[in-house]
Write a protein that binds this ligand. Sequence first.
Ligand code: ADP
Length: 497
Amino acid sequence: MKKYIMALDQGTTSSRCILFNKKGEIVSVSQREFEQIYPQPGWVEHDPMEIWSTQASVAVEALAKVGANADNIAGIGITNQRETTVVWNRKTGEPVYNAIVWQCRRTAPIIDAIPADMQKKIRQRTGLIPDAYFSASKIKWILDNVKGAKKEAKAGNLLFGTIDTWLMWKLSGGKIHATDYTNASRTMLFDIRKLRWDDEILDYFQIPKSMLPEVHPSGYLFGTSDEKIIHAQVPIAGVAGDQQASLFGLCGFDKGDVKNTYGTGCFLLMNTGEKAIRSRNGLLTTIAAGRSDKVNYVLEGSIFIGGAVIQWLRDEMEVVKKASASEKSATSVNDTQGAYFVPAFTGLGAPYWDQDARGTLVGITRGFNKDNLSRACLESIAYETQDVIRAMEADAGYTLNSLKVDGGASKNNFLMQFQSDIVNTSIERLKMVETTALGAAYLAGLTTGYWASEDDLRKNQKTDRIFKPVMSEEERKERIRGWKRAVKTAEFWAKSK
Ligand code: ADP
């Protein structure tokens, strides 16, 4: 009867529902895009009602595609775009404003105004570097700018939630107001060591505690869906923010496991076990998805320009027609002829943190051609990744176990082999590419007993390919030295103005 686990994958541009079977295979998928609202330059909003309606309709569609109904679902897992903020009225269920999306920069002035001692407290307690990305300043903006909101919030009538919280509230017919540790750890209001909302930070942002959801482990019985909503009481049993869900979906349960998602940007997460490590390299510390109050922590680093460098190669340089053709182009030549490309289009992130640096192509000679450029572009993604990994290792004090990969550009075999060579570790690429949704499903399935243990999940995993390092130590060091010099050039260009 209970054949499937349902994963609701609520992303930045679309809502998806995927049904998984016992083997962790996809049985059905349904997806709908929704409107991106740009009221002013730099502002990004979503309509929370549209998020809910698209998510509810893809759930119905995914079931219908395989002739199933909600009675066939053993549990629901939710994974979501992180940080995006919804505030709604507890009594009416109506949002008081659109959802303010993680990308939205409108609250930068609120962040700039935080005094140094508060900034320090925020860093120490939340593991985050104060930024407009996180939910705290977005909640404050809504309370300060929506007429009557502050008064209503003080009277206890308003609720805050990230998208997981909003979806659970709607799914349960207003019975559940909760979130999980991974989402809470991206609000900039949560003490990641004490595992509770931080009163002092809440006071600073003037956010009443009554607005905040209860916080539970990611694998937890949050409640059940309302019969009126999806025609059955199904346990909602797994919740995790997208990056942490992906780490879980890749079975990155253990200390030293690292995953990199090669999308437009790259998102690296390193599981650091039970210790929350304070980064000296500008990485963030957040909570990993897990099933108990004994949480694991992660160090998180992102790379602004990952697969995007291949989009640039395709759209601006017109070297390739499709992103996937970059592999053939890069492997049609033996090397870059000693050249390096640093895709610092918008500055450099971890571990350099130089917002003025700009894209740089160095070391070219007369024979340098477009295929050498393809190769240099792909190699740059691997060098950037190795920089972040080395920063993580320096912070954590140990080396990674393995690198697990997902995302569009992880399909590129040349990139994966070069990555393995440059980091000097083996890389595992799975057959399953929907690791984010799978992570949410795994959490829900473990909690409801659909799967017995993490070992069951490991057995489910089907490797697509393993890449092993073959480059000599000498060559690796030489190439990394060259990359560092290229990065210095990119920085010098801006500094020497
Ligand atoms: P996102 O979720 O950020 O939209 P995806 O995971 O869909 O990203 O990956 C898309 C990115 O990966 C694009 O930037 C694209 O240029 C790049 N990409 C896709 N396929 C390949 C490939 N075979 N080789 C290199 N880059 C690729």
